[in-house]
Write a protein that binds this ligand. Structure first.
Ligand code: ADP
Ligand code: ADP
Length: 224
């Protein structure tokens, strides 16, 4: 069955709805691209699915539970444990090394230093950035920085990875390498990926596409 699903989501910030009856579902290990023009509601859909934004109406179920029936602390523990996040910019802590950045979510979850370092290093090897573990984010390339961010998002073993334009700041060669490594790692670990992108080249790494237009999400079933 579905790991995460949303039904009839409505959300308005002003007179024009950002979401106007959006639906969504994803299975474990599936990579779903959420596509559509700028301002169509893609990020709002992602934020509702992740419990960051509360929809005005409609439901989001994760693992059989309705997000709106959970307490704030239950939702925030989902975001620290079961969910992982990668954004376009500004997600690494500049004062820490790349290795410390990857280890940070483990350290915050109480994992001992030695084990956190070992697990971080193994994820950095997988994302081909182990060689920059001792550098600070400001000293690495954009592509390396995003691969460090992907390693950090997966190190805790999330069930769902939310990726909002994860390659939006990269050139196409670096973007494709990030997508290859991200989707390979997600498929191996059966992590579901909600991939927001407006680029067909990035969506090509998904199993399925959902198109958001005027706040309505349409499943392009069988498109691939
Ligand atoms: P997309 O990710 O497809 O670019 P968004 O979900 O970011 O679309 O935005 C959908 C609509 O909602 C846009 O009109 C946007 O301006 C508006 N919107 C999104 N977030 C906010 C917010 N925090 N405050 C006010 N308006 C917002
Ligand atoms: P868009 O994708 O529409 O350009 P952004 O991704 O810049 O919008 O930001 C939309 C919302 O996503 C912000 O209001 C913020 O709440 C959330 N967000 C963006 N980046 C981060 C981040 N690194 N950590 C947590 N939340 C973030």
């Amino acid at each position: 069955g579905s790991l995460l699903m949303a039904d009839d989501l409505h959300k308005s910030y002003g007179p024009t709805p950002a979401l106007d009856g959006a639906e969504f579902s994803i299975h474990p290990g599936e990579v779903v691209a959420v596509m559509g023009p700028s301002g169509s509601g893609k990020s709002t859909l992602l934020h509702c699915l992740a419990g960051i934004v509360r929809p005005d109406s409609g439901s989001v179920h994760y693992g059989g539970r309705e997000l709106s029936t959970m307490s704030d602390s239950e939702r925030s523990s989902l975001r620290r444990g079961e969910f992982g996040f990668v954004f376009q910019f500004g997600q690494l802590v500049p004062e820490l090394t790349c290795g410390e950045n990857v280890a940070l979510p483990l350290r915050l979850n109480g994992v001992k230093r030695k084990e956190a370092e070992a697990r971080s290093l193994s994820w950095m090897e997988r994302l081909e950035v182990a060689d920059v573990a001792h550098k600070r984010p400001g000293e690495v390339s954009g592509g390396q920085g995003q691969r460090v961010a992907v390693a950090r998002s997966l190190v805790t073993g999330p069930r769902v990875l939310f990726a909002d334009e994860p390659t939006g700041a990269l050139d196409s060669l670096n973007g494709e390498r990030v997508m290859e490594l991200l989707t390979e790692a997600a498929r191996e670990t059966r992590t579901a990926v909600v991939l927001v992108t407006h680029e067909a080249r990035v969506a090509a790494y998904s199993d399925r596409e959902v198109v958001v237009r005027d706040g309505k999400a349409r499943d392009m079933a069988g498109a691939r």
